[in-house]
Structures are given as structure tokens and as C-alpha cells.
Design a protein around this ligand. Structure first.
Ligand SMILES: [Zn+2]
Length: 75
């Protein structure tokens, strides 16, 4: 169910997840998610959220100004 508008409809899709960190930016592409067709709210499953956290933490250690990571290759 959508946290924002409580619609039950969800579309399986993928999105780009972006985090800013110490003046740098971490971009993770092709992240699987569920999107609400009513309001556009994007929801990640617990598994995907956990993977994103790991990928972001790994990217933070590299401290590149811009890190672009493909989820399907990193997870
Ligand atoms: Zn919604």
C-alpha cells in the first residue's frame, strides 16, 4: 500500500537512487522499486533498502566526487 495516498496499486519498475555525501554525489541506477501510479511515490523492498545501504557505504569509502553505480552489478 502507498504510504502517501494509500492506493493499493503498485507498478514494478526501476528508479535512480541519489545520495549527497560530503559535497559528493552517489548515484545508483536501475534500482528495482514499486511505484504508485496515483501519486508517484516510490517504495523499496526491505531487501533492496538493505542492498542500497551496503552500496552507499561502499561508495562513501571511495569518496569520489561523483559515483555512478549500476544496482544490478553491485547488489
Ligand atoms: Zn500513492
Amino acid at each position: 500500500m502507498c504510504n502517501a495516498c494509500f492506493s493499493d496499486n503498485k507498478i514494478k519498475t526501476s528508479t535512480t537512487f541519489t545520495v549527497e555525501y560530503k559535497g559528493g554525489i552517489i548515484v545508483i541506477r536501475n534500482v528495482p522499486c514499486l511505484e504508485c501510479p496515483i501519486c508517484g511515490e516510490v517504495i523499496f523492498t526491505d531487501e533492496v533498502s538493505a542492498n542500497l545501504e551496503k552500496i552507499v557505504n561502499a561508495a562513501k569509502e571511495l569518496l569520489m566526487e561523483i559515483s555512478v553505480i549500476d544496482y544490478s552489478k553491485a547488489a
